[in-house]
Design a protein. Structure first.
Length: 228
């Protein structure tokens, strides 16, 4: 693989930043300074930056900013899918962590680590997802209290688990939930007599988009990975 690809995969640097560090002579491969971004390396090479060894990550962990109209799938016959946004050389064995509706934007994870995926999606773990919800009608404090304590969704036997709600404006709230029922946020707002006009996921636990633009993705930091 190319050296700049190796660095972009194993650090928080972009491909552009990696090329800059390489050109400045900041990177050593097997003890030798390498200044060409397209220099060939393998997973077993000893790559160093500022005296610290950079290890190849066998598992991949990505945060992606899902645009509207993309399907949370690896393939679809009618619509663009999230995997299309990932560089081809990164796609092997990637799985999508959970899902976002086609018309929903925001943070979603992709990983090759099945156990890590399970920890995030399992109902046994209190992993809160925070959504910015734009409502069709004004939402009252009483509505917010109902969402916080739990509402009965159409077709369900039990109310939703307690949620966290921050009222941003008359028609906008931040809603944090730890469940992942089908169309849950839209159904919760319907349960209090409202309708979701636009939905955006801002965070999963303490991980956010961190400056990503629509369609972009980044490698999760070790602190972000290990909090789950």
């Amino acid at each position: 693989m190319r050296l700049d690809y190796f660095l972009a995969h194993t650090t928080s640097w972009s491909r552009k930043e990696a090329k800059r560090f390489i050109a400045k002579g900041k990177i050593r491969v097997n003890g030798d300074v390498v200044t060409k971004p397209n220099a060939s390396v393998t997973e077993d090479c000893k790559v160093e930056s500022h005296g610290e060894v950079i290890l190849w990550r066998k598992e991949k962990y990505f945060a992606l900013y899902k645009p509207v109209d993309y399907v949370s799938a690896l393939e679809d016959s009618e619509s663009p899918v999230l995997i299309d946004l990932i560089e081809p050389e990164e796609r092997k064995n990637l799985k999508i962590v959970g899902r976002l509706d086609k018309d929903t934007t925001g943070l979603i994870f992709l990983t090759t680590d099945g156990q890590w995926l399970h920890r995030i999606t399992s109902p046994k773990h209190d992993c809160y997802k925070t959504y910015r919800v734009y409502c069709a009608d004004p939402i009252s404090e009483a509505n917010c209290k109902s969402l916080e304590t739990g509402v009965m969704l159409n077709g369900e036997d039990l109310p939703t688990s307690p949620a966290k709600v921050e009222r941003v404006s008359d028609t906008e709230i931040l809603l944090s939930i730890k469940e992942g029922k089908y169309h849950q946020v839209k159904r919760m707002l319907a349960a209090v007599g409202n309708r979701v006009e636009k939905l955006h996921r801002e965070a999963i636990s303490d991980v956010n988009l961190d400056g990503l633009q629509e369609g972009q993705y980044r490698i999760l930091t070790e602190d972000e990975i290990f909090q789950f």
